[in-house]
Structures are given as C-alpha cells and as structure tokens.
Design a protein around this ligand. Structure first.
Ligand SMILES: CC(C)(COP(=O)(O)OP(=O)(O)OC[C@H]1O[C@@H](n2cnc3c(N)ncnc32)[C@H](O)[C@@H]1OP(=O)(O)O)[C@@H](O)C(=O)NCCC(=O)NCCS
Length: 171
C-alpha cells in the first residue's frame, strides 16, 4: 500500500468512492479544484495501480481540518483508513498544524473508533449538521505535539452548538 498525493487522473476513482461512501457526495470538480489549492493536501491510498481510498486535509496557520476520509467499500477493514489518517496527522504536523479538527456523524461508530484510537477527543456537538438523514455531528480535535495538551477538565465540559448552515460537512 502506497500513500501519495493525488493527481488529476485520480479524480474519477476518488469520485466513485465518494459516491458509494456518502449520501451527499462532493462533486468531482471539488476534488479537482483541491489539487491546486494552497493549504490543502489530497492523499490517495494505492495498491498496485488501484486507488482504494483518499483523505483531504486543509489548514490555515496552526489550525487544520480532516475534511474528508473514505475507503472503497470492499477494501474497508484492512487498515487503509488508519494508514491514510496516520499520513494526514504526520503531514499536519509537518506544516505546523497544532490543532487538527474533524466532524463525524453521530452514528458513525466505525469512524469514531478510528479517530479515538488516534487520540481525537470530542469537544462539542453541532446539532443538525448533516442532511440525508439529518443528524448531529461530533466535533473532534487532536492536539499535535507542538501544542501542550490541555488538562482533561478543559474539554470535558461539552458544549452544544446550533447548526449554522455549514459549508463543510465531512467527514
Ligand atoms: C471510516 C473508514 C474511512 C475506515 O476505513 P477502513 O479502511 O475500513 O479503516 P481501518 O481498516 O483502518 O479500520 C477500521 C477497522 O478495521 C480494523 N482493521 C484495521 N486493520 C485491519 C487489518 N489488517 N485486518 C483486519 N481488520 C483491520 C480496525 O481495527 C478497525 O476496526 P474497528 O473500527 O471495527 O474496531 C471507512 O469505513 C469508510 O470509508 N467509511 C465511509 C466513509 C466515512 O464514514 N468516512 C469517515 C467520515 S467521518
């Protein structure tokens, strides 16, 4: 398994995996436009000549977001998602991200377990964040080594945020 930056010829495969993974998939043009954008990394997991998964990291200064992560249905449970996430975390550290955020559907236990194993903590809930079906999002953060990790009491008091017409809704 190789993890590498995506290239334009990967976009159709990424889009196919996206469509089988989400009820509101991103348009292929969105992936294509990310390839040339500052502060964005789109990684793919490749086995032989086949792209089996991808991850999107974007960041501004010391704040980053895992904006998307998906693995082809029949390739799940083999550690590909974990490897993509590890590369995203390493890349985020390398570009100076200190706080790495993500959103995950309340019911997405598999992804939530994956994030918990990699040290993400829930800091809040965004009510009604997702559509099809409507569902709350857990907001998670992982503090990367350059940031002193807060005492548990600082993020144990969960806040509940009202939905605010989100433009970013994954993962
Ligand atoms: C979430 C997602 C990205 C995880 O990808 P994945 O490749 O299946 O993840 P992994 O294989 O690394 O880990 C998932 C499980 O497989 C297990 N696993 C990891 N390596 C394994 C291996 N070599 N053999 C067998 N199982 C393995 C993990 O322990 C984990 O188990 P658990 O979470 O059930 O306890 C994938 O399910 C997906 O694309 N889902 C749809 C889109 C989505 O929900 N994205 C996240 C939005 S927040």
């Amino acid at each position: 398994m190789t993890i590498r930056p995506a290239k334009p010829s990967d976009v159709p495969t990424i889009s196919r995996i996206e469509s089988e993974s989400y009820s509101n998939p991103w348009h292929p043009d969105t992936f294509a436009s990310l390839l040339s954008r500052e502060g964005v990394t789109l990684l793919v997991a490749e086995e032989g000549a086949a792209v089996l998964g991808y991850a999107v990291l974007w960041w501004v200064l010391d704040q980053g977001e895992l904006a998307n992560l998906a693995v082809q249905k029949d390739a799940r449970g083999r550690g590909i998602g974990s490897q993509l996430l590890d590369h995203v975390i390493s890349h985020a550290e390398a570009v100076g991200v200190e706080s790495l955020f993500l959103e995950v559907r309340w019911s997405n236990e598999k992804a939530s377990r994956l994030y918990a194993r990699r040290g993400f903590h829930q800091i809040s809930v965004r009510e009604g964040y997702y559509q099809n079906p409507r569902e709350d999002a857990r907001i998670l953060v992982k503090y990367l080594p350059t940031t002193p990790t807060p005492e548990p009491s600082e993020y144990a008091g969960e806040t509940r945020l009202k939905s605010t017409n989100p433009t970013v809704r994954k993962p």
